[in-house]
Write a protein that binds this ligand. Structure first.
Ligand SMILES: C[S@@+](CC[C@H](N)C(=O)[O-])C[C@H]1O[C@@H](n2cnc3c(N)ncnc32)[C@H](O)[C@@H]1O
Length: 235
């Protein structure tokens, strides 16, 4: 069961979800006015996934507490992603609820290979879902998409991006966030940067295949110099 809290009725009625797809519960403020609606989905449907993607808080599965910060592409970032994915088969590594997998298709990718260790929602035929671990996937990868990658060491993820010609990263190593792990960033740090679009909640970086000498990006600096992040003056 997946539950989603809506702040007010308008949000439900705006077409975010079809009424028949969930059971709804109302909570009321101290004056008795409805102030939130909880929708319980029987399964992890596309409607639930879309609501999650659009930033609703999700309760009910211990592994998932998502706010509005991840899984989002800003308009300023879309053109660069489109340029990188148009006409390509894209591997979405850690695809989660497939919100961005759908967006990659909308931006012109021909097929998405969505890999995640957790169950993913049902999807259209051009999103091929592979439930499993990165370290068990050994197929060639041309374009890898990694959005808000995990921040513990995972050599399977490192090997996957290492054999990709293009790596599209979306995430944040600022404001208390940490995406990826040291070896992941040490690898990307060597690659050429085709696009770098920092935004308020996340940064897009598109890496090409060549290894080059270049300036360190702030996102990379934050990831590779965590002692700067954690230390306090005089400590
Ligand atoms: C923080 S979530 C990001 C989800 C999605 N990319 C997004 O931006 O909304 C990281 C995802 O990576 C998946 N994941 C973590 N380690 C994995 C592994 N070793 N193999 C496959 N999937 C993994 C998790 O299950 C989770 O869905």
């Amino acid at each position: 069961m997946t539950s989603i809290i809506f702040q007010n009725h308008d949000e439900v009625e705006s077409g975010l979800c079809q009424k028949e797809q969930y059971v709804e519960y109302h909570s009321k403020d101290s004056e008795g006015h409805p102030n939130a609606i909880m929708a319980e989905f029987e399964a992890l449907t596309w409607e639930a996934a879309k609501a999650i993607y659009e930033g609703w808080l999700v309760h009910g599965r211990s592994a998932i507490v998502m706010g509005s910060s991840y899984g989002r592409l800003y308009p300023s970032q879309r053109n660069f992603v489109e340029h990188a994915v148009r006409g390509k088969v894209v591997h979405d590594l850690g695809a989660g609820f497939l919100g961005l997998a759908h967006e990659l298709l909308n931006l012109g990718a021909t097929e998405i290979i969505a890999i995640d260790r957790f169950e993913m929602p049902e999807a259209t035929a051009n999103i091929k879902r592979l439930q499993g671990y990165f370290h068990d996937y050994h197929e060639p990868i041309d374009t890898a998409f990694v959005s808000w990658p995990i921040n513990w060491q995972d050599l399977g993820l490192l090997e996957a991006i290492d054999r990709a010609s293009t790596v599209i990263y979306l995430g944040s190593n600022h404001d208390g966030n940490m995406c990826g792990f040291h070896e992941f960033w040490a690898h990307l740090r060597q690659r050429e940067v085709l696009a770098h679009v920092p935004e308020r909640r996340n940064t897009l970086i598109v890496y090409g295949p060549k290894h080059v000498e270049r300036e360190e990006l702030p996102e990379e600096h934050a990831a590779l110099n965590t002692e700067v992040m954690w230390s306090y003056p005089g400590v």
